[in-house]
Design a protein around this ligand. Sequence first.
Ligand SMILES: Nc1ncnc2c1ncn2[C@@H]1O[C@H](COP(=O)(O)OP(=O)(O)OP(=O)(O)O)[C@@H](O)[C@H]1O
Length: 121
Amino acid sequence: MSEKFSVLARLKSFNFAFKGLWHVVRHEHNFRVHLFAALLVIALSAYVNLTINEWLWVISAIAMVLVAELFNSSIEKLVDLVSPAFNPKAGIVKDIAAAAVLITAVAAAIIGILIFYPYFF
Ligand SMILES: Nc1ncnc2c1ncn2[C@@H]1O[C@H](COP(=O)(O)OP(=O)(O)OP(=O)(O)O)[C@@H](O)[C@H]1O
């Protein structure tokens, strides 16, 4: 049977999500690097006064990278939990999660170049 809707329970879920976010901000260097880059890009976007459409692309690209980084960190933690010892399969799982971040970062870089190039050259 499904539970009754509770505003308090929903607020607690938000709290768990922020707890996870705060954990990666404090402990994951790669996430901090991407977050710092995102803040720089947002500042640059405000400086050159992007159009609404350009803002949509920039925000989507930033979110895509940060979300991939969060899933990557989560998968790393899960792998460490279920396979603390060396295991080639565990390594592949982590490598694939890292590859997902790489793809999003390359796509975000291309989006950034296409959007900002006309403002500077
Ligand atoms: N249990 C394991 N068994 C086999 N190989 C592993 C294992 N854990 C990690 N590896 C290999 O080492 C690489 C780095 O794993 P690690 O957990 O140290 O990530 P990381 O370097 O902390 O990543 P990031 O820098 O993104 O936080 C993995 O991509 C994988 O190739």
